[in-house]
Design a protein around this ligand. Structure first.
Ligand code: 13P
Length: 250
């Protein structure tokens, strides 16, 4: 039985006092049968550590550079994240793939670096609207998972998190239907099975992301291959985020 996971991706939001205000509400969530994770920007991670330490809520980063240290101006290493108490790191979000040119191979290096640092990667995959129209959804997300996990061992794969985030549903106000999301998450679980075997496929947690809110979260969680959600916009509204989490833990 996989434990539900609700993770918030703040993206480039939460400057100054806004981060603390949001974290203070999230810190009051009641523990239950689901995990709750927030991924604020790097600049708010020490605030997350200060305000969430001692609660059941965990925090993580939205990105990392896959090297231990060195001449990588502007980048953040895995050890810098673990020093701030991060236990999670998003890898390969479509915004980074599209806007910053992250390749499948580079994302794979990040997944490896995150695991080596003892954190859990949340590997994001998803197709564009055009790829879906062309019937290429399965091949795109399977390629992203295969390349993202090339350096991962079978026993590690069971502990991973994969987020299926169709690009056309992100920030669109119109989510995929639960059936569309389930179909893709099923392909992803099948793909993990092919690559790593039954234990990994049964253990890996697969999230849906893209315009999730308190009004549609239950429909996704009702699906057998969907283990939770990666939330963007709604994670910035404390009450809405907690309401999503409360549905998941119920
Ligand atoms: P929205 O929930 O704002 O659609 O964003 C989803 C997302 O990209 C989470 O990583």
């Amino acid at each position: 039985m996989r434990r539900a996971l609700i993770a918030g991706n703040w993206k480039m939001n939460g400057a100054g006092d806004a981060a603390a205000a949001l974290l203070q509400v999230v810190a009051k969530a009641e523990p239950g049968a689901a995990d709750l994770v927030v991924c604020p920007p790097f600049t708010a991670l020490s605030e997350a550590q200060r305000l969430l330490c001692g609660t059941f809520v965990q925090w993580g980063a939205q990105n990392v550079y896959p090297a231990p240290s060195g001449a990588y101006t502007g980048e953040i290493s895995p050890a810098m994240l673990t020093a701030l108490g991060c236990r999670w790191c998003i890898c390969g979000h479509s915004e980074r793939r599209q806007l910053l040119g992250e390749t499948d191979g580079f994302v794979g290096q990040k997944v490896r670096a995150v695991l080596d640092a003892g954190m859990t990667p949340i590997l994001c995959v998803g197709e564009t609207a055009g790829e879906r129209q062309d019937g290429r959804t399965a091949s795109v997300v399977e390629r992203e998972v295969e390349k993202g996990l090339t350096e991962v061992a079978a026993d590690e794969a069971a502990r991973l998190v994969i987020a299926y985030e169709p690009i056309w549903a992100i920030g669109a106000g119109q989510a995929a239907t639960a059936e569309e999301a389930e179909e893709a998450c099923g392909w992803l679980r099948e793909c993990v099975f092919r690559l790593f075997g039954r234990a990994a496929a049964d253990g890996v947690r697969i999230l849906y992301g893209g315009s999730v809110g308190s009004g549609n979260i239950a429909s996704f969680l009702a699906m057998p291959d969907i283990d939770g959600a990666l939330i963007g916009g709604a994670s910035l509204r404390a009450d809405e985020f907690i309401s999503i989490y409360n549905t998941a833990k119920a």
